[in-house]
Design a protein around this ligand. Structure first.
Ligand SMILES: Nc1ncnc2c1ncn2[C@@H]1O[C@H](COP(=O)(O)OP(=O)(O)OP(=O)(O)O)[C@@H](O)[C@H]1O
Ligand SMILES: [Mg+2]
Length: 480
């Protein structure tokens, strides 16, 4: 018996050290090294994610977060830009990010990543206090996505209908119209609150977005959290987390929240900077594996709350460098989001805004939340568009003879109307019922008037109405 117990006791004794460590109070440490943005301290006994302050000899304090450790060394990253750090500076654990002010007073405010106002309108004073930690929801208790959300954009409302609690990626290269589209949604949506996270944008763009794209009308019902590109990577991460936390707060109050995050790629890049700095090896295109774990961590926090509660419908912009949809971040996000909207540079160059590439975009929840007539009309729209694009070159060089294919004839006939339907001016709202009515008109009008269209419908085995009657029952009860 003793023979057996001896090795076991020996093995257990190894853990005594860790146990002892846990019992040590959160002592303060000393700064020993700084490489790039990474700080190294000794003498700290705190867990990863813990906030600390580095106290300089001048008395100035620098906020930092524990991002890793190696035996007795603790790695930290400053939350804000720092200068004047010196070896031996005291590192003291603090209880930051508790008691974040939350409430109606946040509407119309512009905050930085740690919740401080950037708009010069004084401190934010709300009664409710929350931690930055995510509010957890049992996935089995989440209310399913079964209601539509009016985002005020005609093409999205009618062809890529968004459900309350859905998470959508907005994939686009630079300068294709992401910010303008997000601004339009903020102004025209029927959501109760809009939370906008501007992560890693150029500093100049934050003001431009707030003053020109959002305007006073958009800002009134929104909360903006901004961390421009020159903020420390940790600040950019915090801003994404804070925007999500604010959205969670309003959702927990029973509100329907629209969360617009511009951009998820910059969030991933901030995480990449941190992971590489603490020595994690890069994997895909310089992104270390932990980045791909952090994206779902953030995105999964959006969605519906418990039954009867509020919802967070979220749009995350994803930059597709050189319009490359195979970018690792684009790839990873597409897999975890409930739909993607692709903005096409080609359309933008033709002056069609919002430059939504309808064929490349999809709303995965749309079939569950719209009725059969709506779905059939949207499919008809996409068929016409696809038919035209497939034969575009032939049509352009005059190699297509009218009358050869009734479906192509119908597509040629209606193509200008389809494009016009997608286009929407910056100041023009498109409420859901109106978008839907216009969709029915644009897909049906040609059908009623042109012989080519009737021939095409006969060939297809029925008119649009027949297609609808085949699906009399909505795919799911129409809950709107
Ligand atoms: N709906 C629209 N109507 C007219 N013009 C538009 C519309 N949307 C975008 N534009 C034009 O496209 C330009 C670029 O738009 P925007 O700033 O939204 O692009 P972006 O994708 O956010 O760019 P970046 O990648 O630099 O952030 C605008 O300055 C504007 O001229
Ligand atoms: Mg932009």
């Amino acid at each position: 018996m003793t023979k057996l117990a001896a090795p076991l006791l020996k093995r257990l004794s190894r853990y005594q050290h860790y146990e002892a460590l846990e019992q040590v109070p959160h002592a303060q440490g000393r700064l020993t090294r700084m490489v790039g943005l990474t700080l190294e301290a000794v003498g700290l006994n705190v867990s990863v994610g813990r906030q600390c302050k580095v106290v300089l000899s001048s008395g100035r304090e620098v906020e930092a977060e524990v991002v890793g450790f190696d035996e007795d060394k603790t790695f930290l990253m400053p939350v804000q830009k720092v200068d004047g750090l010196q070896p031996g500076a005291r590192v003291v654990p603090v209880d930051a990010h508790k008691n974040l002010s939350m409430g109606e007073h946040l509407r119309g405010r512009i905050l930085n990543g740690v919740g401080q106002p950037l708009d010069g309108l004084g401190p934010v004073s709300c009664r409710a206090k929350v931690d930055l930690e995510p509010s957890t929801i049992n996935p089995l208790h989440r209310h399913p996505i079964d209601e539509t959300l009016d985002v005020g954009i005609r093409a999205i409302n009618s062809l890529l209908t968004v459900g309350k609690g859905q998470r959508i990626g907005l994939f686009a290269g630079s300068g294709v119209g992401k910010s303008v589209l997000l601004g339009m949604m903020t102004r025209f949506t029927t959501a109760d609150v809009v939370v906008v996270g501007l992560i890693g944008e150029r500093g100049r763009e934050v003001k431009e977005f707030v003053d020109h794209i959002l305007g006073p009308q958009g800002l009134k019902k929104s909360v903006v959290v901004a961390a421009p590109a020159d903020d420390a990577p940790l600040m950019r991460l915090r801003a994404s987390q804070l925007a999500t936390r604010i959205a969670e707060y309003f959702r927990d109050q029973g509100k329907n929240v629209l969360l617009l995050m511009d951009s998820l790629t910059r969030f991933a890049q901030a995480q990449r900077e941190i992971s590489l700095a603490i020595g994690e090896p890069p994997a895909t295109k310089g992104y270390p594996p932990s980045v791909f774990a952090k994206i779902p961590d953030l995105v999964e926090r959006a969605g519906n709350g418990d039954k009867g509660g509020g919802s967070i419908t979220a749009f995350y912009t994803v930059l597709t460098e050189g319009d490359d949809l195979q970018d690792p971040i684009a790839d990873a996000s597409r897999a975890i989001l409930d739909g993607h909207i692709v903005l096409s540079r080609q359309l933008a160059e033709q002056g069609i805004y919002p430059a939504i590439d309808i064929e490349a975009s999809i709303s995965r929840v749309m079939p569950n939340i719209v009725d059969a007539n709506h779905l059939a009309a949207a499919q008809r729209f996409k068929q016409l568009l696809a038919r035209y694009r497939e034969n575009k070159d032939l049509i352009a060089i005059g190699a297509y003879a009218r009358g050869s294919d009734p479906q192509i004839d119908a597509a040629i006939e209606r193509f200008p109307h389809l494009q016009q339907f997608i286009g929407q001016k910056i100041g023009e709202p498109a409420p859901y019922p109106q978008s839907l009515a216009q969709l029915f008109t644009v897909v049906q009008s040609g059908a009623a008037t042109t012989p080519a269209a009737s021939a095409e419908q006969t060939q297809q085995g029925g008119t649009l109405k027949t297609a609808q009657s085949r699906q009399q029952r909505p795919l799911s009860a129409n809950r709107r």
